[in-house]
Design a protein around this ligand. Structure first.
Ligand code: CMP
Length: 143
């Protein structure tokens, strides 16, 4: 079953949006298979956002994501990577459609409430960075 990494960013946690965001993915029909409230160490933030290392906003990005607790999650379901991205809306909330998470709750590109993996390769990499194998549950043996 396809899996993706989603994370409520520090602004979303501070604004008490964890429940709202989890609820949207649950109601869509996806299954939560891993979750933790955590503070991201600097090294993990730099590795997670490694592809943006040369961007002018890299320092700001790392400072923000390490500024307060995040809610890291693994979700699974049919086509979850692309569908979760659609449900999140455009990276810049000013371009995000109403009804999407960023369209409904975000205002600026830095504080855009949620992160989600953009491809199967990123999903695998990001899940591996944030979760040990034993922290991702398996529902497939349920009787
Ligand atoms: P995210 O999906 O977490 O991946 C990279 C992040 O970089 C992105 O969401 C934005 O929050 C952030 N970002 C993109 N462009 C800018 C920018 N110009 N200034 C600050 N942050 C940015």
């Amino acid at each position: 079953m396809e899996k993706t990494f989603l994370m409520v960013k520090p602004d979303g946690v501070q604004r008490n949006l964890i429940g709202e965001i989890v609820s949207r993915f649950e109601k869509k029909g996806f299954q939560l298979v891993g979750a933790k409230l955590m503070s991201i160490p600097n090294e993990l933030a730099e590795e997670h956002y490694g592809e943006h290392k040369e961007r002018p906003f890299f320092g700001e990005l790392v400072d923000f994501i390490t500024s307060g607790p995040v809610f890291a999650m693994v979700w699974q379901g049919e086509n979850v990577i692309a569908t979760a991205r659609q449900m999140m809306g455009s990276t810049n909330p000013k371009d995000a459609a109403p009804g999407t998470i960023r369209g409904d709750f975000g205002l600026t590109v830095g504080k855009n409430v949620i992160h989600g993996s953009d491809s199967p390769a990123s999903a695998e990499r990001e899940i591996g960075l944030f979760f040990k194998e034993t922290e991702v549950v398996d529902y497939s043996k349920l009787v």
